[in-house]
Design a protein around this ligand. Structure first.
Ligand SMILES: [Fe+2]
Ligand SMILES: [Fe+2]
Length: 271
């Protein structure tokens, strides 16, 4: 059974700095890496980690260097797509040696895991908090899906298409995502979209497409369904997501939210 781990919205800043004066994102990532490394012996075949954007808070070379140093401790290869807090060319320079990093254009890639293929798409629109998939990105997706036949497709983006119910976040989601969803619905195999950006664990089903947003290791966006409210950060427990491939039936992923930290137990259930 193959799995991969999704880490999202790490928002790394300069060493010693806090995001908004409150969130120690470096410690959160350090603890996330330690949690994953400690859990790996119990997870079997873990293919890689996928980082779905907002690696850094401001997209500076110093922040990417800090992110890279923290991720060096992870006992897994990793790959990433950018989020609205990233800067495409700075990110490209920082990870130019990575095999998944394209030499130019959108930071997008495919990763064939065997029973399923992950398609990483770049939804960063520099200068905006909302996201968009470029024509180039759509053409890349279309070509990748066509080549896959009926293989299961996992599409990894920073910006989700699903609505969250948090008004300020829904104003900053993926623009023009209907075209993306239409193309995904036409894929003959199972199809799932995994995203970040909303800093909360959420799932929904849109037609044939299962959509999921992963929680961040650091701060969350406060759950608030009232209209007209500004988004606010809250220091709820951080988490990463373990996506386990289930090969029976048509095939699907079981997505398990793993809280960061070490906790009492485990103990047997019998007395
Ligand atoms: Fe974020
Ligand atoms: Fe974001």
């Amino acid at each position: 059974m193959t799995s991969f781990i999704q880490i999202t919205d790490t928002h790394i800043v300069a060493p010693g700095a806090l995001v908004c004066g409150q969130s120690d994102t470096a410690t959160a990532l350090q603890q996330a890496v330690a949690t994953i490394n400690a859990k790996l012996p119990q997870l079997g075949d873990v293919d890689c980690a996928i980082v779905t954007g907002d690696l850094t808070d401001h997209g500076t070379p110093e922040e990417y260097a800090h992110f890279s140093a923290l991720m060096d401790a992870l006992d897994l290869p990793w790959r990433a797509v950018p989020g609205n807090h990233d800067r495409r060319d700075v990110m490209r320079s920082a990870f130019s040696d990575a095999p998944w990093m394209p030499g130019n254009g959108p930071i997008q890639w495919t990763h064939d895991v065997g029973p399923f293929c992950v398609i990483g798409l770049d939804t960063l629109l520099e200068g905006a908090h909302y996201g968009a998939l470029s024509d180039e990105g759509f053409a890349f997706l279309d070509k990748a899906l066509t080549a896959m036949g009926n293989q299961c497709a996992i599409v990894a983006t920073h910006h989700p298409w699903m609505r969250t119910g948090i008004a300020a976040m829904d104003a900053d989601m993926l623009q023009g995502g209907a075209r993306l969803l239409e193309r995904l619905q036409a894929h003959p195999g199972p199809v799932q979209m995994i995203s970040g950006h909303a800093h909360r664990a959420m799932t929904c089903q849109i037609g044939r497409v299962h959509c999921q947003i992963a929680p961040a290791p650091c701060h969350a966006v406060a759950l608030d369904h009232r209209a007209g409210q500004d988004a606010q950060m809250v220091l709820e427990p951080g988490a990463v997501t373990v996506h386990l491939w289930q090969g029976m039936d048509e095939g699907y992923l079981t997505s398990n939210i793993l809280p960061i930290g070490s906790f009492p137990g485990p103990w047997p259930f019998h007395e």
